[in-house]
Ligand binder design. Structure first.
Ligand code: 5GP
Ligand code: ZN
Length: 114
């Protein structure tokens, strides 16, 4: 989508510190990290939010979830764990309308969210 920030990161129009990339997905460090490790994992195909997933996207969604945990472990969170977050629309606190999984680790995180 031409006016989508994360689509511009995928196309290279906006730079990002990339962690992982394949044909389906891209992981990159969050520009405003909320923990020592904070990266985002996004599908390369523009999907606005988790509520726009269709049944045919189940394989992609599973691969995203699996890659999120694989990268979290590879980046040092295997022992103490991490937080995997998907914000959705206004009440969910979503600010970029391209589906993304936040992975936060490297410090204890409070619950519940404010
Ligand atoms: P949301 O609030 O939609 O769940 O999360 C959007 C995230 O994208 C935020 O954590 C924000 O810091 C991050 N973000 C916004 N703009 C950019 C950018 O240009 N580059 C990177 N790497 N992250 C961004
Ligand atoms: Zn997009």
């Amino acid at each position: 989508m031409s006016d989508c920030l994360f689509c511009k990161i995928i196309s290279g129009e906006i730079p990002a510190k990339k962690i992982y990339e394949d044909g389906d997905m891209l992981a990159f460090h969050d520009v405003n990290p909320q923990a020592p490790l904070h990266f985002l994992l996004i599908p390369k195909r523009h999907i606005g939010n988790i509520m726009e997933l269709e049944e045919g996207d189940a394989g992609l969604a599973g691969r995203l979830l699996f890659k999120a945990q694989e990268l979290a472990v590879a980046l040092g969170c295997g022992e103490k764990g991490a937080r995997f977050v998907i914000n959705c629309k206004t009440d969910g606190g979503q600010t970029v309308d391209h589906l993304h999984i936040h992975v936060l680790g490297g410090r204890p995180l409070a619950w519940p969210p404010g």
